[in-house]
Design a protein around this ligand. Structure first.
Ligand code: ZN
Length: 373
């Protein structure tokens, strides 16, 4: 294993930030696996999972079992990790401008079309190499004015070389689930099964600008533009939601890291015995996810539990209204669709309009855009 120390140019005098990259190198022509955690710096389960994953990979490297090259960022967002205020780490949005750290990832697809058009042929591998080179050239031309631009550009310069991109996040309080492009659902289902995560959320990534989407967008887009050429979908990219924010412990991290290794074995990126787990998956498109919002501020008392199957109209929680003339009044929160309750709020006090529950259903209940900006 090699450890690379990347420096992010400082934006204030007398400070600098560092990104560490663990590299495992096999053959230059081998596939590349990229894994990062903590792009939302207030989401820590993945950061601990990588601490468990690295020793496993070191042992596999010593045993000569690694087939792919690995690029791993044990923490992807030193800017966010430093946003510690009055006892809380607020690492989801950049305090400089309010930007979500996991948004703003988008390549110029029209420009990419023009760049690769004269280079394409019927050679699938050659197309892949040339498209990837054009993508990386575009990344090298991205601006690096702000600290966040520098961070995003640095990460993309590593991750866009990869054939597999696993971006480890978590929700507030949730069952494990993953997001991936609808084009990648077969591999997504295999990953969710390996992790024993019951929910797979399929997205139209062309509508989005999150980190996982930018890795598959160009391939989907170029396939659409150049139907006459053989262009692969050359990257499996996914957002892995490792349950809830409080689910940071060695037991889960050990289990998740071993399950990730099993997925990588099954994908023939590590040598070993393939094993699949047969679990019931709830596969929903993003527009079939009911993000239940709350109509009144107050304390929330859930009457259903994570993992419950609910019916449309079922009461899943009640809001205890505070400050009314009559004390202890309650108003129900109801499911807007039938399906699996897989996410809830992690705090007792909720504001009007907040998402307080996530239900994976089968009917369209929302637009096909990201649940939060
Ligand atoms: Zn996140």
């Amino acid at each position: 294993m090699q450890v690379i120390h990347h420096t992010i140019p400082n934006s204030s005098i007398g400070t600098y930030r560092e990104l560490i990259e663990y590299q495992f190198n096999t053959a230059p022509s081998a596939p590349v696996v990229f894994i990062q955690a903590g792009l939302h710096a207030d989401e820590w389960p993945g950061i601990l999972t990588i601490q468990h994953l690295i020793p496993l990979l070191e042992q596999l490297e010593a045993d000569n079992k690694l087939i792919a090259n690995f690029r791993i960022l044990p923490y992807a967002n030193p800017i966010g990790l430093d946003q510690h205020f009055y006892g809380y780490t607020l690492g989801r949005l950049n305090r400089e401008n309010g930007q979500n750290f996991n948004r703003g990832f988008q390549l110029n697809l029209e420009s990419l079309v023009e760049t690769v058009k004269p280079q394409l042929s019927n050679d699938r591998n050659q197309n892949k190499e040339r498209i990837r080179a054009a993508i990386l050239q575009q990344v090298s031309d991205l601006p690096e004015v702000t600290e966040l631009q520098c961070l995003h550009k640095l990460i993309l310069s590593i991750s866009l070389q990869a054939d597999y991109v696993l971006d480890l996040h978590c929700d507030k309080k949730a069952l494990g689930h993953i997001y991936c492009s609808d084009h990648l659902q077969e591999t997504g289902k295999q990953l969710a099964s390996c992790l024993n995560f019951p929910v797979v959320i399929l997205e139209d990534v062309l509508e989005q600008n999150a980190f996982d989407g930018v890795h598959i967008q160009p391939w989907i887009w170029l396939q659409k533009q150049f139907t006459e050429y053989d262009i692969p979908l050359a990257c499996f990219s996914t957002t892995v939601e490792l349950r809830g924010k409080a689910d940071v412990n060695d037991t889960l991290a050990d289990m998740d890291s071993q399950n990730l290794i099993q997925f990588l074995i099954n994908q023939e990126l590590i040598a070993g015995n393939k094993q699949s787990r047969d679990i019931q998956l709830h596969i929903s498109r993003l527009e079939q996810i009911d993000a239940v919002t709350n109509a009144s501020p107050g304390f929330i008392n859930y009457t259903c539990q994570l993992g419950n199957t609910v019916q449309k109209g079922d009461k899943i929680a009640e809001i205890i209204l505070i400050g009314k003339d009559k004390a202890n009044q309650r108003t129900p929160v109801v499911a807007g669709t039938s399906g699996l309750l897989f996410g809830i709020h992690d705090l007792a006090l909720v504001r009007k309009g907040e998402v307080v529950a996530m239900i994976a259903g089968t009917e369209t209940v929302r637009e096909a855009k990201q649940i939060s900006d």
